[in-house]
Design a protein around this ligand. Sequence first.
Ligand SMILES: [Zn+2]
Length: 133
Amino acid sequence: MISPLVVAEIQRLLVGKKHSHRVIGEMLGVSRNTVGAVALGRHRNIGVDPNGDAEGEPIGPPKRCPTCGGMVYMPCRLCRLRNENEANPRPPQREHDERNAAASAELNLRPDHQVRYQKVRVRRQRMLAAGYV
Ligand SMILES: [Zn+2]
């Protein structure tokens, strides 16, 4: 079981949307799966730890949110994030650039591996387009 404070810190970093789950996990010494579980509100510490003393730690049981209708721990995080996203819309996504696909996946490939990566990627996309997989 990880500390409720770590859960709270994961939640704080997730709201910032500046880091991937993997990076947040590395920063806090937990797995990216743990970060993902916290992102989905499915971590076992959430809402069930009576000793949880982290601020904002939701306490169960879930209730029906009057705004979005979801079964959530109040206050509804989804509605809060939606409001924050409306107030601070994200900048438009860059056009997807195949040549930068490896870079955006944070792969640091040697040139010969880069060539191999692109070949595999193109083959994969052809297979997907042809209905395989
Ligand atoms: Zn809601």
